[in-house]
Design a protein around this ligand. Sequence first.
Ligand SMILES: *Cc1c(COP(=O)(O)O)cnc(C)c1O
Length: 415
Amino acid sequence: MNVFAHRDGVLHAESVSLEAIAREFGTPCYVYSRAALENSFREFALACSGHDVLICYAMKANSNLAILDLFARLGAGFDIVSGGELARVIAAGGDPGKVVFSGVGKSEAEIRIALNAGILCFNVESEGELERLSQIAVAAKKVAPISLRVNPDVDAKTHPYISTGLKQNKFGIAHEDAPALYRRAASLPGIRVVGIDCHIGSQLTEIAPFLAALDRVLNLVDRLQRSGIHLEHIDLGGGVGIRYRNEEPPSLANYAKALFKRLGRRKVRVLFEPGRVLVGNAGLVLTRIEYVKQNESRNFAIVDAAMNDLMRPALYSAWHGIEAVRQRPGKARKYDIVGPICETGDFLGKNRMLAVESGDLLAIHSAGAYGMSMSSNYNSRPRAPEVLVDGDQVHLIREREQIADLFSGERLVPR
Ligand SMILES: *Cc1c(COP(=O)(O)O)cnc(C)c1O
């Protein structure tokens, strides 16, 4: 289903023209499709049907409360990486009992809040964290449920910045160290061992690395079982890729089928932590061309969105599809689409064939994941609003930030 399609020459989100959205909410603006969000979650759930599964949406991909609420209503749990994200889950009405807490640097305060909220599991990434967690739990007269995040040392074959399962990465516990640390965990008074976890990277387009990681995890599961440590769940992390350009990621059905086949007859609950694949292609950035400018060698379309709104091109040289909202007759020319920020890295796309003029609207596709959630106020630019389209309805799910908000917490020093 294509939720973003041209109708009568104008690009629509579901049944709403993006020109109408630009008129009402201004640009730049994030636009999401409710149908696309819900379809991707349902597709994931369907791929897992018949198995005991909890899909914990990795909300760092997009943490807007409205999106969390939509997924919570469909039964999602959440994978969080900070106390701030837990607060968002609770504010959105999500169930803390379905939350797993990932991340290498959990602070004391974050651990305390998550313990009190009664989360499902801490995905522990170091011995220091395990000891700290036990101490805090004992002091609070609680027991912390944990998984160890093991680093399976497999190559996810993705961008180095989003590859996390190699020995040289900061994430997880080395495979060979895991059994001893599990024994230590089982002996600690504030700890209850419930699972094992791995996450090898993001935007994976092949199934093989997932299977290699699962094999490594199952090897540990079996060894732990023999030493009397029984796990209630296996958390296989996230990382399934999406199509930005011409990638061919596995379908969710094939991904899940391969993993469940490898799991065989084991009676164990399976957790997943998908982020990008649930939201990435459900959103776009709507932006207006401020100026069209030529120099000797290039044409530039200078737009009102920038790297602070969508950081992926600047950060990872990521490619996002870009098209004109209204198709113009006339000859297409090759443009670099750049923002107003004072950085050469401030581009959204390069060498794109477009027939456009200043004042035209552009859609930057596949921006639902790691778009708004990575945005900043660099150059004192207020963050864009977010709208959710549902059929012919448009809901404002985050207001445009006001300029005064940007410095409301700042103070002058006394004279
Ligand atoms: C980022 C992250 C995810 C989600 O990754 P996607 O590629 O967006 O699916 C899942 N688990 C952990 C621990 C993460 O850090």
